[in-house]
Design a protein around this ligand. Structure first.
Ligand SMILES: [Mg+2]
Ligand SMILES: [Zn+2]
Length: 300
């Protein structure tokens, strides 16, 4: 073998070694990075491209944010413990339609309800939006409910409506973003069933208030079911007369939101009456057990 050939062989073997080392270090970083936090498909730690199915999207909080399943679990636990210990707050997930309000297309108002159009400007519980196409009636006691619940809970909105609809409604009920901030989950992020996977809080400290239990297949034990609020006539259902037609409404003092708030207070007091374990172990505190003890079906 000539000196030149020897040199070539040596050089090739060196190159192979370097290539192998590079490959194995790439493999090393790939297998050792959990891709916990991903922005626009790139891991914030190792810069790898990460597929959507490797985590959960949290676009509703930060554009392009994806968390790995492990990161979601850890963040949920931490969030609940930090808010429990520092702010003494639990988490509350609120549905919009038929829970906090009732929305109808103006064109669907019955003849006897059309008088409402003339009352929109003078009433604070009626709003017209989206090019005047829709009319929303807020449920009695809504403002008081939000104000008091906000003292005990970090609140989310979770709606089957789309983002534009949620934005319009939130302008009416939380214009300064005092109650919900960006914690608003819509059909755009959650097109199928509703799930607490997208709520960044440990399930032991999350209460859901919704009029439709079927949309929460996996989290019924967190659910406080509220009676449906129907203010306008629903032509698909045979009602005698709607509240709007009869010019009356659910009670401001004894309505469903008042009852729900009472249960929420009991859950809250029950949860914190046992103290909060600073070792980040909340097995002894769980809203699901409290709800189970407090609630009979349809109690609100
Ligand atoms: Mg609803
Ligand atoms: Zn990574």
């Amino acid at each position: 073998m000539s000196v030149f050939e020897n040199h070539l062989l040596e050089r090739n073997s060196k190159r192979r070694k370097i290539e192998q080392k590079t490959k194995s270090s790439a493999l090393f970083s790939f297998t050792n990075c959990g891709h916990f936090f991903v922005r626009y498909g790139i891991c914030c730690n190792c810069r790898s491209t990460v597929a959507r199915h490797e985590g959960l999207s949290f676009d509703y909080l930060v554009d392009g944010l994806q968390l790995s399943h492990v990161a979601v679990t850890v963040t949920k636990k931490l969030t609940t413990h930090v808010t429990c210990l520092n702010e003494k707050k639990l988490h509350l997930v609120l549905d919009l339609d038929h829970t906090l309000l009732h929305t109808i297309m103006v064109s669907k108002l019955s003849e006897e309800e059309k008088y409402l159009i003339g009352e929109v400007d003078s009433r604070e519980d009626l709003w017209r939006f989206s090019g005047d196409e829709f009319l929303t009636k807020l449920r009695p006691f809504l403002h008081e409910f939000l104000k008091e619940a906000n003292e005990m809970f970090t609140m989310y909105v979770y709606t089957k409506g789309n983002r534009d609809y949620a934005k319009s409604v939130l302008k009416m009920i939380d214009p300064e973003k005092v109650y919900f901030g960006d914690r608003v989950i819509t059909r755009d992020e959650s097109p199928h069933v509703k799930t607490l996977d997208l709520v960044l809080a440990d399930e032991c400290g999350v209460v859901i208030v919704d009029d439709t239990p079927e949309v929460w297949p996996d989290h019924k034990s967190n659910l406080l079911e509220i009676t449906k609020y129907n203010y306008f006539r629903d032509k698909r259902v045979e009602y005698t007369k709607s509240y709007a037609e009869e010019k009356r409404d659910e009670s401001q003092k004894e309505g469903s939101l008042v009852n729900v708030l009472k249960v929420l207070k009991e859950v809250y007091e029950g949860f914190f009456s046992r103290g909060v374990d600073k070792k980040l172990d909340t097995d002894s505190n769980d809203v699901r057990l409290l709800l189970h003890d407090l609630c009979t079906p349809q109690c609100c």
